[in-house]
Design a protein around this ligand. Structure first.
Ligand code: GUN
Ligand code: FE
Length: 451
């Protein structure tokens, strides 16, 4: 009958599984059995010795079980909570200016090119493939102001099977590049068109996100309209906040009626449980309280914060304020599209704070592993779907081989799972990520979508 076939097991794996839970930053399940059903969800996770019982309960044969090798483990796919798909073409260059000059000199001229759908198709295909290959199973993207190119990014993510939030960027003031700006009404209407057309596609894993670029790029009227659009459609919201000292000062001048940068967004109804703000390096404790009270989240983007000399976010202080936080690559302010790089820069940023103040409670690699996976899913309000290996969630997973032939890690012996994880996080790259799954579908190695 249809009911049973919907729940049928499609694949079973046996080996080491490593993930985070609310209780522990790293939970290691050795010789575990995990079953994925035909809907791509985790049907069960049990112990190897329960094989016989599980075959009977879930109706599969021991011959169907895929055994991992001793150098392999499964971990949850990583969640990039902030990445500009449209900036990938110049990633690895143009890192010599502070934020506001960087935007005018490099970013806006490049983003204006996405009016050209052929160019958009090329860059968006590259970034979706690159991030998937590097283990990003969920990405929260900024596109550009162009609605059709932004829709194309949604289509490409869907075709390659990535879970994605996609934002058509909104900006109606303060832009040195003449052709890269919208009028107020245009920005509002095109946002509505973007949302309607993307939702109409019914892509199972791709959602629209309301995206005011940041307070400096938007009039109060636009911010207010975008807050209303997000509320009426129950949508995610993303933007930037408090990234550099200069930006904070200018926001104060542009919005003199607001108490703080956070208050600017709050007054325009842009701080909700589905809001994710990038950076936040200079937020006060009172502003962090407002984040917690509204349920809004932060995306920590240390690669970009270092590259543009923006600042160093104190993640420990954010966590102490019980604000949800994930990690972001922030391509191309951050030069690497790999979440492994975001993990390493997060550890470096925390160590910089410890160098400055030996009392600072440095983040552990276990905590940063959680931020890159479960933390990101919480920050994006996707925790019921992804982030770890709880039964009922989608199977979003990386099959990692620490000793991949030709890879960057040399082992002299079999290592404990926790050591394998630590080596992978600090030394690994995409050569160690042998397979990537999103909602049970194998998305790496690629199967090219039909032309
Ligand atoms: N603030 C406004 N726009 C941007 C952007 O594109 N990148 C970064 N890092 N900060 C921003
Ligand atoms: Fe950004």
């Amino acid at each position: 009958d249809t009911d049973r076939s919907a729940c049928a097991i499609s694949r079973v794996y046996r080996g080491t599984f490593i993930h985070s839970t609310h209780k522990s930053a790293v939970q290691i399940l050795e010789d575990a059995l995990l079953g994925v059903n035909t809907e791509g969800k985790i049907a069960f996770i049990g112990k190897g010795e329960e094989l016989h019982k599980l075959t009977q309960t879930f109706g599969f044969s021991p011959a169907e079980v895929t055994q991992l090798t001793q150098n392999e483990f499964f971990m949850p796919g990583m969640v990039d909570t902030h990445i500009h798909a449209s900036q990938y073409s110049y990633a690895g260059t143009a890192l010599d200016l502070p934020l506001l000059q960087w935007l005018n000199t490099y970013t806006f001229p490049v983003e204006s090119r996405f009016k050209d759908l052929e160019f958009a198709n090329k860059i968006y295909t590259q970034i979706v493939k690159r991030t998937l290959r590097n283990g990003t199973t969920t990405a929260c993207y900024f596109a550009t102001i162009h609605t059709d190119a932004s829709l194309l990014l949604g289509q490409i993510a869907n075709d390659f099977g990535q879970r994605a939030l996609v934002g058509k960027v909104c900006m109606d003031r303060n832009n040195a590049v003449k052709h890269y700006k919208e009028a107020l009404q245009e920005s509002q209407e095109e946002t509505c068109r973007f949302i309607a057309e993307l939702l109409h596609k019914k892509y199972p894993l791709v959602k629209p996100v309301v995206t005011p670029r940041f307070a400096l790029s938007c009039t109060g009227a636009l911010l207010r309209q975008l807050g209303a659009i997000a509320k009426n459609n129950n949508l995610h919201i993303q933007s930037h906040i408090s990234e550099t000292v200069e930006e904070v000062k200018l926001v104060k001048e542009l919005f003199p009626e607001s108490d703080s940068y956070t208050d600017v967004y709050h007054k325009h109804n842009l701080l909700t449980e589905k809001t994710l703000m990038a950076h936040g390096c200079y937020l006060s404790d009172e502003e962090l309280d407002l984040f917690r009270e509204t349920g809004a989240s932060l995306s920590h983007c240390p690669g970009s914060n270092f590259s543009l000399c923006s600042g160093v976010l104190n993640v420990r202080n954010v966590l102490n304020h019980k604000v949800k936080l994930g990690l972001g690559t922030d391509v191309a302010g951050g030069y690497s599209a790999s979440m492994l790089d975001a993990v390493r820069r997060t550890l470096d940023a925390s160590k910089v704070l410890t160098i400055q103040d030996p009392e600072h409670d440095t983040l552990s690699f276990e905590e940063v592993f959680r931020l890159a996976t479960l933390g990101g899913s919480q920050a994006l309000s996707l925790e019921d779907q992804t982030g770890n290996f709880e039964v009922g969630k989608d199977f979003d997973a990386l099959r990692v081989n620490v000793a991949a032939p030709g890879g960057p890690i040399d082992l002299i012996q079999f290592e404990e799972p926790k050591i394998m994880l630590e080596k992978f996080l600090n030394l690994g790259d995409d050569r160690n990520i042998v397979e990537v799954f999103v909602a049970g579908r194998k998305v790496v190695p690629f199967t090219e979508p039909a032309e």
